[in-house]
Design a protein around this ligand. Structure first.
Ligand SMILES: [Zn+2]
Length: 449
């Protein structure tokens, strides 16, 4: 057995923590213990943290102070997760319009700015803390252990690259990849040529783990199967998108491995992931309260509902009943694997399509929120493809918009292939009956030559 994983966990990672001021390894130890606590004890921890963050929000966050006041509430009126119904959901619009009022006037951690393309195509800025990031990363690494993957074993990542990484950052992340034993593959750059290169690189590198968005991994698996390439990757983590059964089957067959689907969030330290038993997604209840609610924001336990997420660790900008734009349902059963964290049965609404360029390159739907997150003056957007090599970009403008800045951003597409873009301004983006707006819709099928 390689000595690198223990070395990484006990020396390299603690050094990262020390230099960055995070506590990922300590939190991971903590979470690895609590995942076996009786459910009542987990609920007790969650409740204590909930009460504390609400008190903090009431005392130090102007927005929440007025929300409580308007309803005649004191923090003591919310003693458990059921009581959360007394508070309104936090929407992306509220964050965009009243972001400054959502900041705590006395957070024990410095706020760190983050930006998301938003899963429904609405770019949004927000703040997190090192304390919260530590818990989020720790929960993610803990969930990797459920698949019997140890930090420090080789992993390959099929992921979106950043457009604007500075040179020094690039060098630093290269070093990190070496220490982590990670091989990176850009999932925005998918052509038959790169798919072949990735398959060959995987055969040489022999990772124990492959992780990435579901649809690019599915595409790669289709290529590997069609070309009869022999690969063995025992563990595969799929995330950020709905994973369909046919995709899971294809990925497992192509890589001769086992797929573990996961769900997380940038705005919260939410992590839910499958374990070896594959009976659902274990939810990290030490980090978040997840409610499934109806349109009136009342809690549902027994059928599919919209997710509202309360983060228990972000003291700089508390997210309470945050409407993340996804939906799902709880499992009524505990898991046979022995981990006591509650299970989500299904997660809905993370659907993305491929955009096909003129030269038959495949750009995953995840590309566009990544691109548009830097767009100024864009309230909402949607990409629709009716024919190969062409897209319609629908934009709902807001003050500060300039077409020049969008055209400059769109130039980034050229790296991945040729697309004619028609920009169309609309008053709103239509919400389909599912309630979840897709930001990328393609009617063009993927075909290998
Ligand atoms: Zn389990």
């Amino acid at each position: 057995m390689s000595i690198y994983p223990p070395l990484l966990r006990h020396l390299v990672f603690p050094t990262f923590d020390l230099t960055r001021g995070t506590k990922v390894m300590r939190r991971m130890g903590e979470l690895e213990r609590s995942q076996h606590y009786p459910l009542e004890r987990l609920e007790e921890i969650q409740k204590k943290r909930l009460v504390a963050i609400l008190e903090h929000a009431y005392n130090t966050v102007p927005y929440y102070h007025s929300v409580f006041k308007e309803r005649g509430l004191k923090p003591g009126d919310i003693r458990n997760t059921k009581d959360l119904e007394k508070l309104p959901p936090l929407t992306k619009d509220i964050i965009k319009e009243r972001g400054a009022e959502l900041m705590s006037t006395s957070s024990r951690d410095a706020p760190i700015r983050q930006q998301t393309g938003g899963s429904t195509g609405e770019p949004m800025g927000f703040y997190v803390t090192k304390h919260m990031l530590s818990y989020g990363s720790a929960a993610r690494y803990r969930s990797w252990g459920w698949a019997h993957f140890r930090l420090g074993e080789k992993q390959a990542i099929l992921w979106g690259s950043s457009f604007d990484i500075k040179k020094h950052k690039k060098a630093r992340s290269q070093l990190k990849h070496v220490l982590w034993r990670r091989m990176m593959m850009d999932c925005f750059s998918l052509t038959e040529e790169t798919l072949r290169e990735y398959a060959e690189a995987l055969a040489r590198f022999k990772p124990r783990l492959l992780r990435g968005y579901a649809s690019p991994m599915y595409l790669l698996s289709q290529y590997v199967l069609e070309k009869g390439i022999d690969l063995e990757i025992p563990i595969i983590f799929s995330t950020a998108e709905n994973l369909y059964d046919f995709q899971r089957e294809s990925i497992e067959k192509a890589f001769n491995g086992e797929v573990f689907d996961g769900y997380g969030g940038r705005e919260t330290s939410l992590v839910a992931q499958e374990c070896k038993a594959h009976e659902g997604y274990h939810l990290s209840v030490e980090n978040v309260v997840l409610e499934t609610v109806n349109e009136q924001n009342e809690q549902l336990k027994d059928r599919t509902g919209k997710f509202l997420i309360t983060d228990l660790h972000n003291h700089a900008m508390p997210f309470i009943r945050y409407d993340v734009g996804d939906a799902g349902e709880w499992s009524e059963k505990g898991c046979s694997c022995g981990i006591t964290l509650p299970l989500l049965k299904k997660i809905h609404g993370r659907v993305h399509h491929f955009i096909v360029t003129e030269e038959n390159n495949f750009i995953p739907g995840e590309f566009f929120p990544h691109l548009m997150k830097d767009a100024k003056g864009v309230h909402q957007f949607q990409v629709v493809q009716e024919k190969q090599g062409h897209i319609d970009l629908f934009i709902v403008k807001k003050p500060g918009y300039t077409e020049d800045s969008i055209l400059a951003l769109l130039k980034n597409i050229d790296t991945y292939g040729h697309l004619d873009v028609d920009i169309k301004y609309v008053g709103e983006i239509e919400v389909p009956p599912s309630g979840k707006t897709l930001f990328t819709i393609s009617k063009v099928p993927v075909k290998f030559t």
